[in-house]
Write a new protein. Sequence first.
Length: 507
Amino acid sequence: MTGTLQPVAPDEAVKRPGRWLALSVLVFAVLLVAVDATVLGLATPYISEDLEPSGTQLLWIGDVYSFVIAGLLVSMGSLGDRIGRKRVLLVGATAFGAISVLNAYATTPEMMIAARALLGVAGATLMPATLALIRNLFHDPRERSLAVGIWGATASAGTAVGPIAGGFLLEHFWWGSVFLINLPVMAVLVVVGIRTLPESRNPDPGPWDLPGVALSLVGVIAVVYAVKEAAAHGLTRATAGAALLGAAALYGFVRRQLTLPVPLLDMRLFRNRGFSGAVLADLLTVLGLSGLVFFLSQYLQLVQGRSPLEAGLAELPAAVGAVVAGLLAGHAARRFSVRAVVSGGLAAIGLALAALTVIDESTGYPLLGASLLVVGVGAGLSFTVTADVILSSVPEEEAGSASAVSETAYELGAALGIAVLGSIVTGVYRGFPSPPGTPAGAHESLGGAVEAASGLPAATARELLASARGAFVDGLTIAAGVGAAVLLATAAAAWFMLRGQRLDSRP
């Protein structure tokens, strides 16, 4: 572990009283975010039917949350370092619950997009604060590895709880109910967190850099928007302008941070090869996975005809694999090596995605379930170890900013993955041949085609659905192939960048 910790008594540093109870509160925050992210995929067909968004609006509903949260994570992590991580966490959790109600009762695509964006603002306060508080609670490296494993396992469990709970709700209530499940989780987090979480902050934080906040927000959102639009519609003047604006804003942000005595983000952290390798691995891994995962629920429901609950249960192996692997990842990294565990996990995900390139409309569940299990195991190993590497690479007072970098990579990867891989699926899908009389909305999304088919004669409806489903699966398999290539390349890069990196074994 590098960096200077604040002086504490050895016994207190290793075994802070109540640390495991406090951890249980932190994982509630992780559960909150994970459940929200996963239920959206299941609810997408219902949102499409009710709000009738265009294909582009549907992608915005899926990724605007990640756009905003990626742009604000560093700023919110730094804010927590300055005014207190517990305070930021509890305020953010309260706002997250309140804005979930706005999501639930959205009546137009535009309102839904705005509500998802506001949820991103609240969500940006949660994840950096949870990891930073873990860094503050657990000074013993082995305990911290276990705590990070539990943190990651809870996120994975949320990906299982979300689809199952969401599937149950969607079969019995309207789609907005999937957002209201955030409320009881938020209530428990706030009530228990007030009593159990210790406050922590940087003792000498310096002023909060508002120009830096603006530059990072504009830079990230503009760059991701440009990538998304270029993938969907090709390079246009507007897209090029957004890319240049984003690049200029990020350049200005980096230059400004290098000149400030107490920056929002210490850019010198990236000189640490292990830190940079872990961040890059997170970003590219999520990029390769997220676009495919976003459309997988639609495949299970709209192509294979599963109910929402069945679709949620079908995705369970990924969460089970990630939970088990996350709890064992720290031990495995010490027994073998950091690069072996991270690279092996990434390669496993890549091979599992490659297996999904052969699916069709009638693919049996054994292939799908086995692939999802391998994806979960690989993700549990790699994400847990990279989070531990990132936390161990910085002084305690900078834990919020470092955690925010980790989460920014995750969210930026999610936004780019949905933008690029999602646009591949959408682009292939839009060109499917359709019978005469097919409404234009059928070419916007598969949900639109299912809705259009309900108003057509039986023979025409069958022809439309067969063509639309075939095109959707074609796009999905191409996206899986691209994702596999990204993951295998990332595994090779991690093998070199994490060379010699170790998890500390001493208090």
